[in-house]
Design a protein around this ligand. Structure first.
Ligand code: SF4
Ligand code: SF4
Length: 239
């Protein structure tokens, strides 16, 4: 930088410094300078101001601007970026694209995904058996969704999963065990496709905290809490 530009820069700095110096600075008092009784009056009037707003909302509820959940549950609008329950996408005929490649399982930073290969694949070399997802440990980081090469996964806005039993926060996301929709489409007819897949049944392998939640599976098919495998899982055996 030459001398001229240095001088120009210095003069700009001086100008901004002098501009800053002209801004009046006031130290606001946190508490007005009042005597004891006036402080009580000041406090009471301040309280009355707040209560006026509160009672105003009570009388005229239309003026409330915050969203009242769960009262507004039916009309609740969530932002697109909200990430809650993970789902596996299935097409209109109920088929998925998961090749059981285990990539999502590998990228999950806290082992919330457990992919189990189908023990006896019928159409391709490798087929999905169970896709187990643990909501209780998921941080909704979206890594699994981004890593899936076949866009099988999606974060939904469904966030109402509260339960008194943490074990119920383990989900099975695939609706059937078997090949992807593309591989199944290579089969001759519907009957061949139906026999090439297996309706999902309760996952029987160990999962941490023993939980299961299988959408659409009747309760009588769900494992009992006394099940030896699930008890073992509660003791800390990871998927
Ligand atoms: S969102 Fe993150 S933490 Fe949750 S299952 Fe996917 S990769 Fe794992
Ligand atoms: S969901 Fe995607 S990344 Fe995960 S096993 Fe299936 S195909 Fe692979």
């Amino acid at each position: 930088m030459n001398q001229e530009s240095n001088m120009s820069a210095n003069s700009k700095t001086d100008q901004s410094a002098s501009a800053l110096a002209q801004v009046p600075i006031e130290n606001a008092k946190r508490w007005p300078d009042l005597n004891y009784f006036n402080k009580i009056i000041y406090g009471a009037s301040s309280l009355a101001k707040g209560m006026k707003i509160t009672f105003g909302y009570l009388i005229n509820t239309k003026t409330v601007v915050t969203q009242q959940y769960p009262e507004n549950r039916e009309t609740l609008i969530l932002a697109d970026r909200v990430r809650a329950n993970l789902i596996m996408k299935h097409n209109e005929n109920g088929y998925h694209d998961c090749t059981s490649c285990h990539i999502c399982e590998g990228v999950c930073p806290n082992a919330s995904i457990h992919v189990v290969d189908r023990s006896e694949p019928t159409v391709s070399k490798k087929e999905l058996g169970y896709f187990v997802w643990r909501l209780d440990s998921c941080t909704f980081c979206n890594l699994c969704v981004m890593a899936c090469p076949f866009s099988c996964l999606e974060m939904t806005g469904q966030f109402e999963s509260s339960t008194y039993d943490q074990s119920l926060l383990v989900y099975n996301l695939n609706q059937y065990s078997g090949a992807t929709q593309n591989n199944l489409a290579k089969l001759a007819d519907d009957q061949a496709r139906t026999s090439a897949i297996k309706a999902i049944s309760p996952y029987e392998g160990p999962v941490a905290l023993e939980g299961y939640h299988l959408a659409g599976i009747p309760k009588e098919f769900l494992p009992q809490k006394s099940d030896a495998k699930t008890s073992q899982a509660r003791e800390g055996v990871n998927p």
